[in-house]
Design a protein around this ligand. Sequence first.
Ligand SMILES: N[C@@H](CCC(=O)N[C@@H](CS)C(=O)NCC(=O)O)C(=O)O
Length: 239
Amino acid sequence: MAPIELYSFEGCPYAQRTRMALLEKQLDFVLHEIDLFNRPAWFRDVSPYGKVPVLRHEGVTIYESAIINQYLDERFPAPPLMPATPALRAQARIWMDYCETRFLVATHKLMSEANDTARRADNAGKLTEVLRFIEHEGLRKLGDGPYFLGETVSLVDLQFSPFFERFGTYERLGGATWPADCTRLRAWFEAMQGRESYRATSRPLEYHLEARRQMQLRIAEARRAAAAGPGAQAAARTH
Ligand SMILES: N[C@@H](CCC(=O)N[C@@H](CS)C(=O)NCC(=O)O)C(=O)O
């Protein structure tokens, strides 16, 4: 079989989604770990957006984690990570889309404005609304769980879980709280934490807090470089 090559960065939740899909499908792959803080010049030729993850397989370059995971599921159908019927597949896509367009938008805003005292409470409240929507419109209506689409893990679960792994950073740094009524969400996350694909790819809260700290330092460095002029700016690209 042609090798599957994955360009990844250990601390990247998007790349983690893909590593989880590869593990769920028990596929061997060649891992190219990219230090995003000190990326090799050739990486631009590999990754059109300059981001990880990127998958190379059978002469094709695929990027965007959700699209990579759908490719893997179609190219290697066993075990399936998408439901069999069009109606359920549509549900899966609704929640994958919700993850990107609502949930991640709320978490990114929360974290990027974490030091803005005027915005903090509002952003935490928005994330609470999003979590409640997942609980009441998603998990409770979709079935009995424990996963989004029922008893079987799917791409939806892989799409959300790396970000729930980082929920402690949203709490500590952004003032987020887990709403008490989101009990199905809690049970879902516990089920995910029990999976080998999650255990093999997840890191403790301290790791994520340190990763955040490093990223803040890089951003500050890049701002300083930008203020100093275009030459210095190129030297201090950020994540
Ligand atoms: N939408 C992309 C997001 C990927 C992404 O943002 N990756 C980050 C690391 S977590 C990255 O490579 N950043 C490098 C950069 O923006 O230059 C996906 O789902 O794959």
